[in-house]
Ligand binder design. Sequence first.
Ligand code: IPM
Ligand code: MG
Length: 370
Amino acid sequence: MKLKITVLSGDGIGIEVTREAIKVLKTAGQIYGYEFEFTDALIGGAAIRASGMPLPEETLAVCFDSDAVLLGAVGAPEFDYLLPENRPEIGLLKLRQNLGGYANLRPAKAYPALANISPLRPEVLGATDLLIVRELLGGLYFGQPRGFIEADGIKSAFNTMRYSVPEIERVAIIAFQAAQGRSQKLASVDKANVLESSRLWRETVSRLAKDFPDVALEHHYVDACAMHLVTNPTRFDVILTENLFGDILSDEAAVLTGSLGMLGSATIGGKVDLYEPVHGSAPDIAGKNMANPLGAIASAAMLLRYTAKAEEAAAAVETAINQVLENGFRTPDILGQQKIGQLISTEQMGSSVEKHLMENSTANLSYQTV
Ligand code: IPM
Ligand code: MG
């Protein structure tokens, strides 16, 4: 099976971490019989520098001609002076809109080897294992009308949190299905005590629940959910929420596991699936070979799972990530104050995942031939 992957490394550490993710994908492909054809294209600050636009037409064309898009990160401080509509981040938002993926899956799992660097006490963190399903194409990010107005010398700005029933249904179905494949628990998060869009959200999700009688549905207000995430994260399994709430809660959930650098994400449901680590471009450490590539590698594992339908290969990459951590290898963000473990570079981290993948596969092969 041959898959065409568009690589949008973007800005800052996006470039270094994506390189490692590709390395791991190639190795997993060799072991499990998948062939990848990678094509690079520009997005974000890199695209603005080259063409003046954060998402050039050529980039979109390359993406549409591929099976999946693997993105690094966008954003660079040199463009901070630009208006929001011209900044690198707009490239990512337009990409999401064009590709059409409305369900952004952000798993946050506590690795036992990193329990010491979580901001939570180990007994609170426990075996936290969450999947946030974030609606990605609606709400305040895209709702119309939006803008600035000036009246009687007073400047105002406004955005609109708007959701239609079909927009809520399609993402909720993905969340219910995800819950069926995990522990049959779904928490839908809204602000239905204040917002009309949340009232519709809650009503729609409750109605859909009748089609998924095996899933236990709970509703939470977003403020309470934010609190439960730090006091009792193990009470959650799948969390379904709208765009902005999901943006905020997924950073919170991510850091419980020790570092934002660890988490990958998949955006599905559109024309072409999009895979990207949850972290940003981290300009302060860019180009220093010290960024954590495990979020990008975890995104590559999700690509194997959802686009390539290669569950065995996806699980093997995840096992290799776990082994690397168990063996004490650490990039600076996961070294922790007690500095337990061996400090390694971005590149060494990628190679180390690759090495475990290969070792595990030869171990399996020799086991099969015995
Ligand atoms: C994320 C990021 C993006 C978002 C930014 C970079 C536009 O924070 O993927 O979580 O807000 O969606
Ligand atoms: Mg975010």
